[in-house]
Design a protein around this ligand. Sequence first.
Ligand SMILES: Cc1cc2nc3c(=O)[nH]c(=O)nc-3n(C[C@H](O)[C@H](O)[C@H](O)COP(=O)(O)O)c2cc1C
Length: 356
Amino acid sequence: MIESRKDDHIKIAAGQNVEEGNSLFNEVYLVHTALPEIDFDDVDSSVNIFGKKLSFPFIIGAITGGTETAEKINTVLAKCAEEFRVGMYVGSQRVAIVKPETARSFRVVAENAPTALKIANLGAPQVSRLDEKVLSDWVSQAIDMINADAIAIHLNPAQEVFQPEGEPWFRGVLDKLRFIKKVANRPLIVKEVGNGISMEVAKALASRVGPDAIDVAGTGGTSFIKIESIRARSIDEADIFSGWGIPTVLSICEVRSVYDGLIIASGGVRSGLDGAKAIAIGANAFSMSRPLLLAALKGHDEAKKFLSKLLRTFRIAMFLTGSKSVDELTKVPVVFGPTIISWLSQRNIRCKYVVK
Ligand SMILES: Cc1cc2nc3c(=O)[nH]c(=O)nc-3n(C[C@H](O)[C@H](O)[C@H](O)COP(=O)(O)O)c2cc1C
């Protein structure tokens, strides 16, 4: 049953070690600035994304919906999105479209975060099988359910192929994405779920769809290969693909080399410092899922504590690089470690000012 799968994901993601690989933020160095020539209070971390002003460039990741537990989690996260003036994705809304009695678990997001940037969510394999009339209806239902400012479509081939009841259907997805972009009347975000987006995929998206943002959701954080294999009791297969995917830092560089739109960095982003590094190398915003799930399960106070620390560490990274604004942070010097240099060189990618 689709709802019990949602609860399985929460239980496994919260109760077991499901993080794998290396996002490679440990190989990105921001250069310390002993003379920032600003006071800490001068740091302005705010940004505008899709017409909404955020206190810092952060979006709560796509996690869940469809069950009672999911409703509690979404309520806590939505309250935090409103209080901290950050964005929020919801988890895939297919469950609420096929079982409207579960829609309340998503509607709480609109109720508790009336002014926040809210992002609807559907999966590529599911939309790939809908005809245009039904697809158009799903898109408006997903948007209306949370009064969304944008819609995200997730690409998750690794998850689907390891999922016991998976739907690894990716034929024709580009055409469906182009159709969604046309009918949504909202910005379209294309995201992965933890295995990253390559420059080839970004190029295809840019030329055939024209999404308003790409969320790289690279490797180094939550692994859905691991989560689904635990559900399928076939962990030996998952071991073969352990760490599969494009590390988040490399995925940012890959996508930025061919795509001018908004890039959201996610997948193993674990602090405000990681977020600042992501922005310094080419992302416009960052997002986290599993750490927020863990905090939200402990309650509102814990989630607030988590976001306060995240905001503060992001602002400290800005201060220590002498960045008064997020725009200035995009221009600070960066030094890369050997894995990044080697990857960029073999892929012939220019990232920041590091050439080949
Ligand atoms: C319990 C759980 C459920 C998720 N469900 C969705 C989903 O429905 N749709 C989606 O686009 N991503 C989903 N994700 C993926 C996240 O949005 C994110 O891409 C991934 O977890 C990597 O980020 P992280 O390392 O910060 O967790 C889910 C993640 C978790 C932990």
